[in-house]
Each structure stands twice: as C-alpha cells, then as structure tokens.
Ligand binder design. Structure first.
Ligand code: BTN
Length: 261
C-alpha cells in the first residue's frame, strides 16, 4: 500500500510521510496523537480497517476491510475559526479524486459528504486543536466506501460504495493518492485567503443541494431553496419570502426533502 501510494504521488509535501497499519482503532485518533507530538505537516495515516472508526456527531464509522480509511495531519497557520472550512476543501478533493479514478459522477452534499446517485460514498471528519500560539494541528479523516459490497439495513438506503456503483473492485492506493494529489493544490489555494474564494465556483458546480429545497434544522425549522456556498463555506439559502440566509456548517444541518440528499 505504502509503496503503491508513493509511486502515484505527485505532491511536494502532502503524503510524503506515510504511516500504514493493517488495523488501527481510528486513523483520526492516531493522527491526533502525532499532532500533539512532533508529527510532520502533511503526514497521512492509513489503515486497512478500524476497530473504533469515528464519524461526525459522535457516531461510529463501521470500518470493514476493503474501503479507504485515512487521516491527514496538517499544521496550517490560519485562524482557528477558519479550520472547519478545510472540510469543504477535502470534500472537493475527494469528489474529484473518486471521479478521476472511477469516472463516477460524484457530487457534494453540503458541507462535506461525497455522494453518488443520491447516496453517500464518503464521509469526512475534521478535528482541530488550539495551541498557545494558534492552531496546533488539524486532522482531516476520510472514509471512502470503496469495495464494500453489503451495507447494514439501517444505512442501505443512504449509503453506497464504488463497488456497488461500478460492479468492480478499485485499487485503494490509487484512490488515496488521487486524493492527496488533488488536495495539495486546493489546500494551497485555501490558505492564501483562508476562505473558499478560489474554490467556490468548482464546489458549487458539483453541489447536489444547489437549486433544491432543503429543510433547515435549527430552532426555527423551515424549508428553503439552497443557492450555493459563499466564500466562507456557508450555505446560502432563500426562504419563501425571498430572504437570503447564510447557514454555518456544524451549527445547523440541512436535509433534503426527499431522502438523504
Ligand atoms: C462522517 O460521519 O460522515 C465522517 C466519517 C469519517 C470517517 C473517517 S474513516 C478515517 C478517519 N478515521 C476515523 O476514525 N474517522 C475518519
């Protein structure tokens, strides 16, 4: 795996240090330990399977053999409140990498789920730590449903895999190196401005919610039309009275009216 990824990499610094293990509790937990110590910027931690994979909102991420599980350790010099925007940058890189390798029509469900045919094919969990002088580290953890053939009945309607969509196995090293190759350029564009001004056009072009009705799940639950993201990575939504509101990822979630997207 490590050798294969190294062969496919065309980055300057992302993924130059690869830690690969067959089994890890959670690649995010591992990368966070490296973040607390002297882990190198751009280190990637990869596992064949995880025994305690973590999802967003405290959920588990069931991690059987055959899929991609990896976490990237970053040490950006940016404001702490801007670190969550990196999740959108990673979603864009993942959507492009999966499309590049498989030719699947990948889209993004705001803020950071990669979807194919309306079902989730990849999840991203970004975790940051603040040090005395600013951001200590950011860990971006990515799970791509690559070669999984069967899903639990509770998530079957919402989740898919590359295998399910294409009917064939894909090489995980190619998918992971594809991500690392894409991510470096997007990240460098992002850190220049600490926002998505250089990436939002591309992001919006594959945003599955765009032009669709979404239910805004905050204290004032309502149905709006999603317009696209702004430079801050917030989702702009328009209500029935034509008022436009910016929704911040992490604080408010959105649901499509018909099923998962
Ligand atoms: C989500 O809930 O959508 C985010 C899922 C993120 C899963 C990935 S798998 C690799 C990394 N390690 C973890 O423990 N979680 C992330």
């Amino acid at each position: 795996m490590k050798k294969q990824i190294e062969r496919c990499l065309n980055t300057t610094w992302v993924g130059k240090n690869i830690i690969y293990e067959e089994c890890i509790d959670s690649t995010n937990a591992y990368a966070k330990l490296l973040g607390k110590k002297n882990g190198i910027n751009g280190t990637v931690v990869i596992a064949d399977r995880q025994t305690a994979g973590r999802g967003r909102r405290g959920r588990n991420w069931i991690s059987p053999d055959g899929n991609c599980y990896f976490s990237l350790l970053l040490r950006p010099i940016i404001r702490m409140e801007h670190t969550s925007r990196l999740t959108l940058v990673a979603a864009l890189a993942t959507a492009n990498a999966v499309r590049g390798v498989t030719e699947l029509d990948t889209q993004i469900k705001w803020p950071n789920d990669v979807v194919v045919n309306g079902k989730k094919i990849c999840g991203i969990l970004t975790e940051s730590s603040m040090g005395v002088g600013g951001v200590e580290y950011v860990v971006i953890g990515i799970g791509i449903n690559a070669n999984q053939r069967v899903f639990d009945s509770e998530i079957e309607a919402m989740a898919t895999s590359i295998w399910k969509e294409k009917g064939m196995e894909y090489n995980r090293a190619e998918l992971i190196s594809g991500f690392l190759n894409k991510f470096e350029g997007y990240y460098e564009a992002f850190v220049q401005t600490e926002d998505l001004s250089m990436l939002m056009k591309e992001y919006n072009s594959i945003l599955v919610n765009r032009g669709k009705e979404v239910r805004i799940l905050d204290e004032n639950e309502r149905i709006c039309t999603a317009l696209g993201i702004n430079e801050a990575g917030e989702l702009l939504v328009c209500d029935k009275e034509d008022n436009v509101d910016a929704i911040l990822a992490g604080e408010v979630s959105v649901r499509g009216l018909y099923g998962y997207v």
